[in-house]
Every structure is written in C-alpha cells, then in structure tokens.
Design a protein around this ligand. Structure first.
Ligand SMILES: O=C(O)c1ccccc1NCC(=O)[C@H](O)[C@H](O)COP(=O)(O)O
Length: 249
C-alpha cells in the first residue's frame, strides 16, 4: 500500500456520463430539473462510450437525485451490460439504496446528499466499503448543494476536512454553475480542492473542448485523477476517441 492515498501522477482517466431521467439519457443545464435535452436509450449511449474505448462510465439516476422516482432497474441493466468500470451516482442515501447500487456490480458509488445530511451514516459506509465510496462535492462558489443540487448543504472545505478525517477515498468535484453549459471547467476550484486534500479528485462539469481536457490533465500532478464528460460528447464537440488521444500523453 502506498503511503499517500494518491497514486503517482499518470494519465487522466475519462468518464463519459450517462445521466438518466424518466428512462432516457439526458443532459441538464446547471443540473436543473426541467432543462433536459434527451439523447435516447441510456444503454445505447453507454455501449457507444464503451466501444469508443472508455474505461469508466459515470452513470447518474437523476430521478433518484431529485426525488421524482428512480430508474433503478434501467441503471442496473446498463451497469450489468458494461465490461468497463461504472461509477453510480444519484439518490444513494441509505442502506437500501447503497445495497441496490453495489449489487449492480458497479466499481464505486458517488454519495452526495447523504454526505451533507447523514454524516454518521456516510462515515460508517466509508469504513465498511473503502474505495467503493466516493463523495460528490457539488458546489456553487464554496457552498455545497444536495437533494439534486437544490438545497444548500454547508461549506466545501469544512466538509472536505471532515470526510478526509473519516477516510473518504476520493472526491468528485462539480461546479454547478459550469455543469452542462460547455463553458469550460473551473480549474481554480479543482486546484483549491487538490490543495486542501491528499485524496484523488475527479473533475466534473463544463468540459467543452479537447483543450479543456488537456488543461484538466495538467492538474494530474496536483491530484486530479479523472474528468467526467457529458454535454460535449452528446453535442459532438469532439469524439471520445479524440478525447482519449488528447489526454494519453
Ligand atoms: O451526479 C448527480 O448526482 C447529479 C445530481 C443532480 C443533477 C446532476 C447530477 N449529475 C450530473 C453529472 O454528473 C454530469 O453528468 C456531469 O457533471 C457532466 O457535466 P457536463 O460535462 O458539463 O455535461
């Protein structure tokens, strides 16, 4: 085992996103319910990213995140069909939803609201499941947002310090103001989070170009491990093959 939770710097991992609402792959703007653009069958989207060479899939149950139902069966079907690693997000907040998520065979889950509202439970599952648990730090400014990003949930850096102390293995950091906008990632936020923790960070939200991915890849030595890419792939700003090539050196 390495002394630091961070592995030595290496190639940026790319996680194409499939966000599921009402059974369909969609993209939102700023994560806002009602701002959906639909992109069809989530399984077809996921299989396309896998065929294009992805090693990870970021799969989100938006209905579970918003409390408007769930896509549990669809999410399980997609996860089971994947040969690549899957990170599951959205509405995982208690023993039942965590057990259902892990039973799909996903590689890890991303907890958001629970880390803000039920910190004792999150500490317990971090202790039980180790690096199968990541925490999503979804922020506007430095204020965390939960319940599908609709409610304030405390200060980013105070929460990060607490989760670090509890042994959280990694963080998925999203600037909500950038998410789904194609306005570019918040590199300053990523740098600041990397400076505040020794755990790996997965960047999410706003990627619009190959240059954005190269800029995030430039933060690998500071602790960024991966980047989630949603809208840019669906909008065909670049292909996943081009993205993988751009971050491969
Ligand atoms: O991940 C969640 O739990 C979530 C909850 C509520 C709204 C959105 C949520 N996730 C969105 C994503 O993870 C996006 O797929 C990701 O940030 C990609 O963003 P972009 O590249 O800007 O499309």
């Amino acid at each position: 085992m390495s002394e630091s939770p961070r592995e030595p710097a290496r190639t940026l991992e790319l996680l194409p996103a499939v966000d599921v609402r009402d059974g369909q792959a969609v993209r939102l703007v700023h994560g806002e319910s009602g701002s959906e653009t639909a992109y069809g069958d989530p399984l077809q989207a996921a299989l396309a990213w896998q065929s294009a060479g992805a090693e990870w899939l970021h799969l989100v149950d938006l209905d579970a995140a918003f409390g408007t139902g769930d896509n549990r069966a669809r999410i399980a079907e997609v996860t089971r069909a994947m040969e690549i690693k899957v990170e599951l997000s959205g509405g995982i907040r208690d023993d039942d939803t965590l057990a259902a998520a892990l039973a799909t065979g996903c590689r890890r889950v991303n907890l958001g609201t629970a880390a803000l509202e039920t910190p004792e439970w999150v500490a317990k599952v971090i202790a039980e499941h180790g690096d199968k648990i990541a925490v999503g730090l979804d922020v506007r400014g430095t204020t965390l947002r939960g319940r599908g990003w609709t409610r304030d949930g405390g200060d980013l850096y105070e929460t990060l310090e607490r989760l670090d102390a509890e042994g959280c293995a990694r963080y998925v950091v999203t600037d909500i103001n950038k998410d789904g906008t194609l306005k570019g990632p918040n590199l300053e936020l990523l740098r600041n989070v990397c400076a505040a923790t020794d755990r790996p960070v997965v960047a999410s939200g706003g990627v619009s170009s190959l240059d954005d991915l190269r800029a995030i890849a430039g933060l690998v030595p500071e602790g960024v491990e991966g980047a989630i890419v949603g809208k840019a792939l669906y909008a065909k700003a670049f292909t996943l093959e081009e993205a993988l090539e751009a971050v491969s050196s």
